[in-house]
Ligand binder design. Structure first.
Ligand SMILES: C[S@@+](CC[C@H](N)C(=O)[O-])C[C@H]1O[C@@H](n2cnc3c(N)ncnc32)[C@H](O)[C@@H]1O
Length: 362
């Protein structure tokens, strides 16, 4: 089966049923003002207009340039976690105001919130829980890890509870960044035991080691349920008894709660084809539970980027902050505060865009 057949078909009917209602919203107008682009051109049926407009868009935005290179790549979430462009290709007309504007969209920022939830809430909670239940030093696999910053953050405090983390990814750039960060924590700060965290440049479908904890973040968001279920079942089969899977998915709020962010993602073409846009599976909580049950799990907890174990103990500077670890590890300057966040009333209104499920194997 081809990759395209596994992906969710693009459905923009929520927008095209009444485009004028959206195009007149202040944030849609603001995007046009900052970027100098016409949204009508971004929506154009004329291939040449579409190609030229998308090129102008990518030329002024590091975020958009990376997304066009690889939908579902590691770069977009990593830039949102760190608020730095340092690790990515410069664009010819970089418009920092545009990238700051994109980072400040609620739906984009939900990835930063997810990263904090995983680093300081869900992954530590799960490692402690599985360790306590099984008494084992844990073997962890992070599939489609990207740089693996969340697992690195969570493993730092585990004091020998984690014996090995295998980060699987097919993108060598993410692996090289991850290796540099791990080396810094092993050799410079001593916060990680040497050899615990490793990277494997291989498809996750070729990973066959048994594990106590398997993590899949940002991996099934674009997949049809049958394809997600194939991966979840593979994880179920590879988990040791008492082990747990942590898996995230885009949810129904990604469809149109933040209409501009959704519009942009659904109209941002791939480099090789400007009309090939990005689609997400907008799963409900019930759907998330169903695919996990069908994969074999019967003990399922579903959290989100706004509601998760350990959140109350996370200090504000982390909850409303960004991850400066890569800058420290690679030795480049970082402001150690966000370039731009959504307003506090939006951050605190409690709308989640990502489910984070913890499913345990009996
Ligand atoms: C959206 S990113 C998420 C990265 C990271 N887990 C995070 O949450 O920041 C998806 C990642 O999956 C990786 N990927 C895609 N297909 C893969 C495969 N077959 N095997 C391993 N990794 C894959 C991509 O290279 C990318 O780094």
């Amino acid at each position: 089966m081809s990759e395209a057949q596994m992906q969710v078909p693009l459905d923009r009917s929520w927008f095209y049923d009444n485009p004028e209602a959206y195009l007149s919203l202040p944030e849609f107008r603001r995007f046009e003002e900052i970027s100098g682009l016409s949204l009508k051109d971004i929506m154009s049926d004329n291939r040449e207009i579409l190609q030229v407009t998308q090129q102008k868009w990518e030329d002024q935005s590091v975020i958009s340039n990376e997304i066009r290179k690889q939908h579902f790549g590691f770069a977009f979430p990593y830039i949102v976690y760190t608020h730095t462009f340092h690790d990515f290709a410069a664009t010819p007309n970089h418009n920092i105001e545009l990238d700051k504007f994109l980072m400040g969209l609620d739906m984009c920022d939900s990835l930063r919130r997810r990263h904090i939830a995983l680093s300081y809430g869900v992954i530590p909670y799960c490692l402690e829980k599985v360790h306590k239940a099984t008494g084992r030093a844990l073997m962890v696999k992070n599939l489609g890890s990207g740089v693996g910053l969340d697992v690195i953050n969570a493993t730092k405090g585990q004091n020998g509870r984690v014996v090995k983390v295998l980060n699987y990814d097919t993108n060598i750039n993410s692996i090289e960044l991850g290796r540099q960060i791990v080396a810094y924590l092993e050799n410079q700060t001593g916060e990680l035991r040497p050899g615990v965290i490793e990277y494997v440049e291989k498809s996750m479908t070729r990973s066959d080691e048994p594990a106590d904890v398997i993590i899949m973040i940002g991996v099934i968001c674009g997949l049809q349920d049958f394809a997600a279920q194939y991966l979840l079942t593979q994880s179920y089969n590879q988990l040791n008894k008492g082990g747990a899977l942590i898996v995230s998915s885009s949810n129904h709020h990604m469809e149109k709660t933040d209409a501009l962010a959704s519009f942009l993602i659904q109209h941002m073409g791939a480099k090789e084809d400007s009309s090939k846009s990005w689609s997400l599976n907008f799963r409900t909580k019930e759907k998330m539970e169903k695919i996990l049950r069908e994969a074999g799990f019967d003990q399922i907890e579903i959290y989100s980027d706004t509601d998760y174990p350990g959140k109350a103990a996370i200090p504000d500077e982390i909850l409303y902050g960004v991850d400066a670890l890569p800058a420290k590890a690679l030795g480049y300057p970082h402001q150690e505060k966000p370039l731009n966040l959504p307003p506090r009333e939006i951050l605190d209104r409690g709308i989640a865009y990502n489910w984070i499920a913890v499913a345990t194997k009996k």
